[in-house]
Design a protein around this ligand. Structure first.
Ligand code: IFM
Length: 436
């Protein structure tokens, strides 16, 4: 990695989200979110794990911020639990919840770490879901109010606000496949949800800017390039369709002010006049979460993806070149604002032996993905920062605690944190970048 030199202003960070780490679900005036409801339904999450305690970050936030500081990173990306600050998703605000995020933000600044805030990382107040959740246009308006209040509250200290984390996941996994909260299985509802998420993003950006908040505003999308398994016309066409369903569905309304005309994306009946103008607010940045590629095969049985560079514990192919392909493709196709890689990381079968976690596959994953990222920057893509997912092992949604993405190992019985070898590697890598 000696020869890899990122721009000197490049931001190095780590990321987490509220429901995955905080725990304390019944404390400090927090009301239930859709993930509390979902994870408490038997069989929805592996091992019936829930986020009730998670990493107990709500109580351990100070020592967790010390861990972040010890990594030597510039920045921390965290999310706000909407039901902690506005328990019912409308109406009264919860002073204890607001104070928690004030303390967290101040604690970061005291340690010289830049706060980046995500406003929605999937923990919708259950009370809003009971009124239709994201199927209802009203939720988009509720979100804009919430976003404006949080941006006014923290905008003097946080440098960026992302409205949504991975709206594709909320729409498709939450409402089409039912694998995630709220667990619905209806493609028509999923398209409606996607539209309202995008609309809520646009309404929020407008409201935050009108309130005079100066922080950078953007959104975080999960994206992958799609590779046809063979050069057959069928596989090539499938790859184009799958790419449209993951990337173009969200990138196009945000960056071009129109939905793609793709056979799998019929026009959504929830679109009203003026919505696309609202959605296409100027973005100060685009956050991109990259883990793997889509492998498109129409054969029966399908041609398997090569997995030549390894496979994560999620079963995802390690394919670092996909990050370069993705970013260069986006730059070719869209007027791209500055980009942050807001998530990238590996789930690995880590084991703690004599106080040490020797997670060489994670180091290799980081090394190869950072090289691929540098290749995209060298090709002209304006990338401003990289956040490793995740600071520490945490509640991996429907996989529960079985999958470990962290730079820091968490023993869920004792809540003892142990930085893995990858944490030491990342610290040394960042030090090298600063010296170079
Ligand atoms: O843990 C998740 C995160 O919440 C969103 N992006 C993908 C990660 C790994 O699955």
């Amino acid at each position: 990695m000696q020869d890899l030199k990122f721009p000197s202003s490049f931001q190095w960070g780590v990321a987490t989200s509220s429901y995955q780490i905080e725990g304390a679900v019944n404390e400090g005036g927090r009301a239930p979110s859709i993930w509390d409801t979902f994870s408490h339904q038997p069989g929805k999450v592996d091992n019936n794990d829930t986020g009730d305690v998670a990493c107990d970050h709500y109580h351990r936030w100070q020592s967790d911020l010390d861990l972040i500081k010890a990594l030597g990173v510039d920045a921390y990306r965290f999310s706000i639990a909407w039901p902690r600050v506005q328990p019912l998703g409308s109406g009264a605000w919860n002073p204890a919840g607001l104070a928690f995020y004030d303390r967290l933000t101040d604690g970061l600044l005291e340690r010289g770490i830049t706060p980046h805030v995500t406003l929605y990382h999937w923990d919708l107040p259950q009370a809003l879901q009971d009124n239709g959740g994201w199927t209802s246009r009203d939720t988009a308006k509720r979100f804009a109010d919430y976003a404006q209040t949080m941006a006014e509250r923290l905008g003097d200290r946080a440098v960026s606000f992302s409205t949504h984390n991975e709206p594709w996941v909320t729409a498709v996994l939450g409402n089409q496949t039912g694998l995630f909260a709220p667990g619905l299985k209806d493609p028509v509802i999923a398209r409606r949800v996607a539209h309202h998420l995008l609309l809520s993003h646009g309404l929020a950006l407008r409201a935050i800017r009108a309130a005079g908040v100066k922080a950078a505003l953007g959104i975080v999308l999960n994206q992958s390039p799609a590779t046809p398994a063979t050069s057959s016309a069928e596989d090539v066409a499938l790859a184009a369709r799958e790419y449209a369903l993951l990337v173009r569905w969200f990138a196009e309304p945000l960056l071009l002010g129109r939905y793609p005309t793709a056979p799998d994306l019929p026009v959504c009946e929830a679109i009203e006049p003026g919505d696309l103008e609202t959605i296409a607010q100027p973005l100060d940045f685009l956050g991109i979460n990259y883990y793997t590629r889509i492998w498109s095969s129409t054969s029966n049985p399908p041609v398997p993806a090569p997995h030549a560079q390894g496979t994560s514990d999620m079963g995802w192919e390690n394919y670092p070149e996909g990050l370069t392909e993705l970013l260069c493709g986006l730059k070719r196709d869209y007027p791209l604002p500055p980009v942050f890689i807001t998530e990238n990381g590996l789930a690995n079968r880590d084991v703690l032996v004599d106080g040490k976690v020797d997670d060489q596959p994670r180091i290799e994953y980081m090394r190869t993905h950072l090289s691929a990222l540098k290749a995209a920057i060298d090709a002209g893509v304006d990338v401003r920062g990289f956040f490793y997912w995740s600071l520490m092992d945490n509640f991996e949604w429907s996989s529960g605690y079985a999958k470990r993405f962290g730079l820091v190992h968490v023993d869920y019985q004792t809540q003892v944190r142990t930085p893995k070898e990858s944490a030491h590697w990342y610290r040394r890598f960042i030090e090298q970048q600063r010296r170079a």
